[in-house]
Design a protein around this ligand. Structure first.
Ligand SMILES: Nc1nc2c(c(=O)[nH]1)N[C@H]1C(S)=C(S)[C@@H](COP(=O)(O)OP(=O)(O)OC[C@H]3O[C@@H](n4cnc5c(=O)[nH]c(N)nc54)[C@H](O)[C@@H]3O)O[C@H]1N2
Ligand SMILES: Nc1nc2c(c(=O)[nH]1)N[C@H]1C(S)=C(S)[C@@H](COP(=O)(O)OP(=O)(O)OC[C@H]3O[C@@H](n4cnc5c(=O)[nH]c(N)nc54)[C@H](O)[C@@H]3O)O[C@H]1N2
Ligand SMILES: [Mo]
Length: 775
């Protein structure tokens, strides 16, 4: 491999720093003598992410996995269901031995139960870098070595919308990523009605890399032109100060009622664009019959919505009138659909925009998830990027990714998904690389019971996450900082020659090298590696993009020139407004990929599924999870500002945002007062699923009735008085594990009901970052 050469290169070029890229930004890094990293944001980035600060002390942190390790119980008793997972000690073993064991176990399970008993869905964000992408590597390996694996579809990000939007409008990518741009907003938009806000902490992130954070500046430009931003959200902080946003805070999960009432106003006051509904939509009559109450006897008036949302009728009416007055953009954040009946606000937001008649117009209409990530509001580069082929998966079974615990707990059980009835496969072995299910999944006590059922759990990561601590076999991977790679994303106009900034920590190996070691043992290295080392692959993958640049008549430096330059700029793509602009201009020549070719405000297809939890048009549906006397508060567990998910939670930026080493839970002064909670005190958050501790922040930027605890504190459970409590502040200790609906089966992690109280019980130190290794 190329390890030695790259490490010495890093030392030679020490002073200048070397180019690298992460999901939260492009930077130059330089290894310091004390093992820390000097990290400098790219000079062209107007608003670099503070999350870069997590890299400085990450390379040699004690939470890194130093050597391969096997859980003691698995070593002694062999594979099989075991509820000691998560509590057991680990024994370090040499690489040769652990690779023999993993290869042997994969062969045993394949021969006894077939590849359909291996789960390789391995959801997760891993790191930037097109070659060392952990999921691609894992999938390619399982396809080659086993002939396939049970995969997962969709995402925790957009579980409901990914499967809903194609029925209504077109692909989720087209509707979110190639639609209204920030430049259009800066120039054209009068009113931005942002359900779920547009926090710049969120657009800090783009999978694969982001070289310029433009959102704050664009919002400032729009606001100074007089554009009006409306932050519909439980948190005032869901917009940056530069946007000068108004704040409207409906009860969490009730946006659909507010949107329906706005439609009622547009219809009743004849402000709806009936020509657009006629020429570009189907089903407006069915939806309007529901809005007027002709269908169910309840008119969806602002007064009706006021009782559900807590927003007074005059405010709702005023917003609807104002929206009809100028160029209005409706956005719905991912968060709204990461909740019970999450399909509804996505559809209702689209219907509201359809009634305003501006879909496809510059800076207007509907852009699902604009502002939720840094991929949105830009124009896709439209070039083939370096991509590792995953090969062919011979197993047809799959699950929607958020149904992982259901699958493991109930093999063979049937479930509904997007019009199909399916059965959960019987999984014996789970292999995870590049994700952290004990970060991303809901109801972690239940997830622990689910993982106790498998015969073998293998986790490959660079740090001792809670998922690694539940694994039977733990394989130490390198961080991207320790590898050569190519950084690229479909919405960024830079390709980065990512350089290794350090030699690997202890005995960590690249995911690719780990899989090669297994492939050699299983007799499929020639097929898996195609005879290439890392350097060979990088050159091979880069060539796709270089050839496309050359074919397009653009500057197309060869690989060596690219690496010497550190990065190349791609041609600026033209802002053509995407498929919605073309559709607006001529709906006959450019129909949408829906059954009618138009926007479906009523969908015969969805209606035909017969799902009460996702009917044929957007609707206000009663929920199972609602506040009660025992659990009266809404917990909003959103994305953390100080890190990406759980990644580098031990890093400097993430640690600086904690109090007493705990994650911070914010609540309204009134709710704090009622519970005798003062700022900075520890509190316990509990639900029927479990409990966690957190440090209180009393904050009037949080709506009354709401507690905000971001995700990502490493799960650190202990038993106190027979109750499992995460002492660190992971909200998934209390969230609810249920699908959005039978249509999307997405995660509902964003919202659940809880009670909070001051915690006067024992206060232990956090142990989440101490490796559970005994020798
Ligand atoms: N309650 C609640 N839960 C949520 C959400 C919510 O809103 N509320 N949001 C959800 C959303 S949108 C998402 S996307 C998920 C995110 O869930 P995940 O994507 O699973 O979270 P990450 O922390 O990014 O996990 C990535 C893991 O990959 C590891 N890793 C990084 N690089 C490499 C590598 O090169 N090789 C290997 N082998 N490992 C590597 C990291 O150390 C980390 O452990 O969480 C979801 N969970
Ligand atoms: N810094 C940082 N940025 C990230 C990530 C990260 O981990 N860290 N993760 C990235 C990923 S993978 C994804 S998918 C996106 C997720 O993008 P989103 O899902 O949009 O992000 P969240 O921060 O979870 O939620 C945004 C806001 O929605 C509001 N909200 C919650 N419930 C409701 C509701 O019922 N109604 C209304 N109107 N508002 C509500 C909350 O106040 C929350 O702050 O973020 C990306 N950006
Ligand atoms: Mo996500």
């Amino acid at each position: 491999m190329t390890k030695k050469g790259t490490a010495s290169m890093a030392r030679d070029e020490k002073d200048a720093g070397l180019p690298h890229s992460s999901h939260w930004g492009r930077f130059d890094g330089r290894l310091l003598d004390d093992g820390r990293l000097d990290v400098r944001a790219h000079p062209d980035d107007p608003d670099p992410s503070p999350i870069l600060g997590n890299f400085t002390d990450a390379l040699r942190h004690r939470a890194r996995i130093a050597r391969p390790a096997v859980r003691r119980g698995w070593l002694e008793d062999g594979p099989g269901p075991d509820d000691r997972r998560g509590r057991d000690a680990y024994v370090e073993v040499p690489w040769d031995e652990v690779l023999d064991r993993v290869a042997g176990e994969l062969e045993r399970v394949r021969d006894a139960h077939g590849p359909q008993s291996v789960f390789g869905g391995s959801y997760g964000w891993a790191s930037a870098g097109r070659f060392h992408h952990a999921q691609s590597q894992l999938h390619r390996f399982l396809n080659t070595a086993l002939g396939g694996y049970v995969r997962s579809v969709g995402s925790y990000s957009a579980g409901a919308s990914t499967f809903l939007l194609p029925h209504l409008m077109g692909s989720y990518e087209a509707i979110s990523r190639h639609n209204v741009t920030w430049e259009q907003i800066a120039q054209h938009t009068d009113m931005i009605l942002a359900f779920g806000g547009m926090a710049v902490k969120n657009s800090n992130i783009a999978a694969g890399g982001i070289s310029k954070h433009i959102e704050r500046g664009m919002m400032a430009r729009a606001a100074s032109r007089g554009a009006r931003f409306v932050n519909v959200s439980p948190l005032r902080g869901d917009f940056p100060a530069e946007a000068r946003a108004e704040w409207i805070a409906p009860t969490p999960g009730t946006d659909t009622a507010m949107m329906l009432a706005m439609m009622h106003v547009l219809d009743a006051e004849d402000l709806a664009d009936r020509a657009f509904l006629e020429s570009h939509c189907v089903g407006a009559d069915r939806l309007l019959a529901y809005v007027r109450g002709e269908a169910d006897g309840t008119a969806k008036t602002p007064d009706w919505a006021a009782t559900i949302t807590g927003i007074d009728a005059a405010t709702i009416t005023g917003l609807a009138r104002d929206a009809a007055r100028g160029r209005t953009l409706v956005t719905v954040a991912h968060s709204l659909q990461r909740a019970e009946h999450g399909e509804q606000p996505v559809w209702a937001g689209l219907a509201l925009a359809a009634m305003l008649g501006q879909i496809g117009a510059p800076g207007g209409g509907y852009n699902y998830a604009l502002g939720s990530l840094g991929h949105t509001g830009r124009v896709p580069v439209g070039l083939p990027l370096p991509t590792l082929s995953q090969g062919r998966n011979g197993v047809s079974a799959f699950i929607p990714c958020a149904r992982i615990a259901d699958m493991l707990l109930d093999p063979g059980a049937s479930f509904d998904f997007n019009g199909a009835t399916m059965a959960y496969p019987d999984i014996r072995l789970v292999y995870w690389a590049g994700g952290n299910p004990f970060h991303h999944h809901q109801d972690l006590s239940r997830l622990a019971r689910a993982f106790a059922r498998v015969e073998t759990l293998i986790v490959q990561d660079f740090a001792w996450t809670a998922s690694a601590r539940h694994a039977d076999i733990v394989l130490p991977a390198t961080m991207s900082l320790e590898r050569e790679d190519i950084g690229a994303a479909s919405t960024d106009t830079r390709i980065v020659a990512m350089r290794a900034l350090s030699t690997p920590f202890a005995e960590a190996r690249d995911d690719y090298r780990i899989f090669r070691g297994l492939a050699e043992r299983m007799g499929c290295d020639a097929e898996f590696s195609e005879g290439r080392d890392t350097e060979g692959w990088l050159r091979h993958l880069y060539e796709t993009t270089r050839a496309a640049l050359e074919a397009g008549g653009h500057a197309a430096p060869d690989f060596d020139a690219f690496r010497a330059a550190g990065e190349i700029a791609l041609p600026n793509p033209v802002d053509d407004g995407g498929l919605l602009r073309a559709f607006r201009t001529d709906p006959v020549a450019h129909p949408l990929a829906t059954p009618s070719g138009r926007i479906e405000l009523f969908s015969e297809t969805i209606d035909g599924f017969g799902y009460p939890d996702c009917p044929g048009h957007p609707a206000w549906l009663e929920r199972e999870e609602v506040p009660s006397a025992e659990y009266p508060l809404w917990l909003v567990s959103n994305q953390p500002a100080s890190r990406l998910h759980s990644q580098l939670d031990y890093g400097a930026a993430s640690q600086a945002a904690k109090r007493q080493g705990r994650e911070v839970a914010s609540l309204n002064p009134a709710d704090a007062r009622n519970r005798n909670i003062s700022d900075g005190e520890l509190l316990r958050i509990r639900s029927p699923r479990g409990a966690c501790l957190a440090a209180a922040k009393v904050d009037d930027a949080v709506a009354a009735g709401v507690v905000n605890l971001p995700t990502g504190a490493w799960y650190d459970p202990i038993e106190i008085d027979g109750q499992r409590i995460c002492r660190h502040g992971n909200p998934n200790a209390v969230t609810r594990d249920a699908g959005t609906s039978r249509l999307g089966q997405g995660s509902t992690g964003q919202l659940c009901c809880v009670e909070v109280e001051r915690w006067d019980g024992p206060i232990d130190d956090i142990r989440a970052f101490d490796p559970p290794v005994t020798g």
